[in-house]
Ligand binder design. Structure first.
Ligand SMILES: *Cc1c(COP(=O)(O)O)cnc(C)c1O
Length: 347
């Protein structure tokens, strides 16, 4: 077996929860656990946060089922709403809260019997042009949902397109101004809106990436200044060491060529493991940052050991974790932490 390991730190996840809770002005916070809890594994995150999170937010019905099977009895929000009539029936049996993102879902939810007794989050589009009801139609949908027999509380839900920019909330919040009067519950903020902006009046923030120890806007605010710690560490070992002579190259495409005789190590991690296939990356060997050389292969990387003369086969190589952070790796690769986490979580 290759010595690649993905370790998960439950203390760091709890720490991040408390840090976010202390900073956020939102009354309640959903832990967003879509896409296998951003690659961290739904059972791990659910178990760790079961006594802390006010609720959990998912996209797949299967995840809602899995949470109930783990005896999570907190509110669970289905953030994109049901995808079929079969799923509509499960809203009541699993005691879910659901988003309503379009007229079809509005009709489904309106037809549920009073016994279903659910909370509905009417999702309004405020600039993404992705899911959600147009602002002009939203009053009609809010009215219909509020009057539906099965609906206990109606919330106004929206998702910001650029909460990771200092001025990113102004225009979308203006668009919601009138609709806010119509509801008693608001669910607007993601990690960036919740942690980097002032009070937006949220009753239910939806926080994902920050829980996992990544800054929602790495170029604006470093994860260390937010007090967040990495939950996932992707680490492996040196499995081979060799001397590359001046003029020789390493890896596919021979993109890196030795300007002098260079000691290089090979570590068991590659793009097949979710590590980005990019240039300019660094890993930590025995805690010290060193460059990755040439192209990343499917299950291997080549590392410059010039500054680590004592490094030996079997030594630890951290691809991301405390250092380098996921944000540093993602930024160097021109990617975002969300992609790297979810890619690593597929394995
Ligand atoms: C994924 C998601 C979130 C969480 O976003 P983060 O940036 O990870 O905090 C919030 N709301 C919706 C609708 C989402 O899809």
């Amino acid at each position: 077996m290759r010595p690649l390991q993905k370790t998960l730190d439950s203390a760091a996840l709890r720490h991040n929860w408390h840090t976010i809770r202390a900073r956020a002005t939102a009354k309640n916070i959903f832990a967003v656990v879509k896409s296998r809890a951003y690659g961290h594994g739904l059972p791990f995150v659910a178990e760790t946060l079961r006594g802390l999170a006010d609720g959990f937010a998912v996209v797949e019905m299967a995840d809602a089922r899995a949470l109930r099977a783990l005896c999570i009895d907190k509110p669970i929000l289905l953030m994109s709403g049901p995808f079929s009539t079969e799923e509509v029936a499960e809203l009541a049996s699993l005691r879910l809260w659901t988003a309503v993102c379009n007229v079809q879902q509005m009709q489904w939810v309106s037809a549920l019997p009073a016994s279903a007794d659910i909370n509905v989050f009417v999702k309004v589009d405020i600039g993404m042009n992705r899911l959600g009801i147009a602002v002009d139609e939203a009053k009609m949908v809010l009215d219909a949902i509020t009057c539906a027999p099965a609906v206990k509380h109606t919330a106004l839900m929206a998702h910001f397109a650029n909460a990771d920019e200092p001025a990113g909330l102004q225009v979308p919040l203006d668009r919601l101004q009138e609709l806010r009067q119509q509801v008693t519950m608001l669910s607007l903020g993601n990690s960036a809106a919740t942690l980097l902006h002032g009070d937006i009046g949220d009753d239910w923030a939806r926080v994902g990436i920050a829980l996992y120890g990544s800054s929602p806007a790495p170029t604006w605010c470093h994860r260390d200044s937010l007090g967040l710690r990495s939950v996932m560490t992707l680490k492996t070992k040196l499995i081979s060491i060799r001397l590359v002579c001046v003029g020789d190259s390493v890896g596919y495409g021979r993109t890196w060529c030795a300007a002098q005789d260079t000691r290089v190590g090979v570590a068991a991690c590659g793009y097949g493991d979710g590590y980005p296939r990019a240039q300019g990356l660094q890993v930590a060997v025995n805690g010290q940052l060193v460059p990755v050389l040439g192209r990343v292969s499917m299950e291997l990387i080549i590392i410059d050991l010039t500054n680590l003369p004592d490094a030996a086969v079997g030594d630890e190589v951290v691809c991301w974790g405390k250092t380098p952070s996921i944000d540093e790796v993602a930024t160097a690769a021109g990617r975002v932490s969300y992609e790297l986490f979810t890619a690593a979580g597929r394995g």
